[in-house]
Design a protein around this ligand. Sequence first.
Ligand code: MN
Length: 500
Amino acid sequence: MFENYEVWFVTGAQLLYGGDAVIAVDAHSNEMVKGLNDSGRLPVKVVYKGTANSSKEVTAVMKAANNDEKCIGIITWMHTFSPAKMWIHGLQALNKPLCHFHTQFNKEIPWDTMNMDFMNLNQSAHGDREFGHITARLRKPRKIVVGHWQDAAAQDKIAVWMRVSAAWADAQDMLIIRFGDQMNNVAVTDGDKVEAEMRLGYHVDYCPVNDLMEYYKAVTDEDVKAMVAEYFTMYDHSPELEEEGTEAYTKVWNSAKAEIAIRRILKDTGAKGFTSNFNDLGLMDQIPGLASQRLMAEGYGFGGEGDWKTAALYRTMWFMGQGLPKGCSFLEDYTLHFDGEKSAILQAHMLEICPLISAEKPKLEVHRLSIGIDSETARLVFTSKEGEGIAATIVDLGNRFRMIVNKVDCIKSKALPKLPVASALWIPRPNLEVGAGAWILAGGTHHTSFSYDLTVEYMEDYAEIAGIEMVVIDENTTMPEFKKELRMNEVYYMLNKALN
Ligand code: MN
């Protein structure tokens, strides 16, 4: 879906150095944009929008960016010294993500040939500081990338920002629908939906389960049959599961029916994610966990028990990670495993874990589940891949949203013969004691959105664009410092709110 988007590249200059200089700036910029696009490292196409040489030109290009649906953000770079007062009005108007690329056309200093003509052109060293000052003065959220435009490390940083900006654009047109309400009395997954729409862009609606049931009833046997056949091809399963007429077969059949119904209502409403509640299942004979697992793998956001914030965050993280190899999932801190330095948290849910994180071909199984409806219930069972990842959540603190990100290491999980659900097993960094302790201190949820492919940098870019608080728990976290950070943030956000 990145191919529907573009990022604009605007070069700052001025007319002081004459028309020839502007022509050269233009030629260099074209070459750089072509180089960036040809690098193969950027997921979104860069479109060169020319040089901006005056306040009028800056404002015009920023306003055009705001109004262009394909444009998800702007990269600025000051080839020559571009007096920054001319950027004030344009930057004030800009409402798309901004990346300030501190680079230079020339890679190395041409010691023997460098003359004043060269210096009139290669002025990023001071030009980008002038621009940096005005973005700081305006308190403009932005990402700063420093590096030569041909270097992979700099390109990769731009790629991260592009993925985040694309996910941001996706979220500005995101609908999450809730089948049933929040689980009664639960605090941490609830929050201010008005503030979420103002701050994060997405919209949350309630959808009566009765509406879903109209879709459920309308699913034809032919459609279910095709879906069940797909299950049996895609997933390992015991041969008995294919015996028509058995209870297990019926449960698989009805799961397929639920999946088709949910997918159709999501398509018809244009929703990009949904939540379920095990107390509100209409005519369904089991929790539609298998449907949730498979829809998550397609990119639909999901949150259990009405958790719309996690559903939206999952969709956003899935969107950022498109095409990356290891996958993401909705997860819940399920139960603890104390084992000294290897102390870990089992990550699972009653059913709804995304098969993208599976280490092996998932197994389709039917087992009893006593929550909601006490019933035999279909699900995909697997254990997760090993490796590093991040777990993220957003909580509502009353006066602001706080995003909490924890670096975690997934270790080998084991089968649970008496509780056959999909699972992961991770050690939070720096260890269980500090990792879980800091998470709890920050007020984090038991639900998370987890990804192997994304790094803290992605979430940092996201929090910067959204203008929300972000705290990171990683190998460097200590409880006293973390506590101090939370206290400082409390003051910062209180003042920020009072001043804006
Ligand atoms: Mn849950």
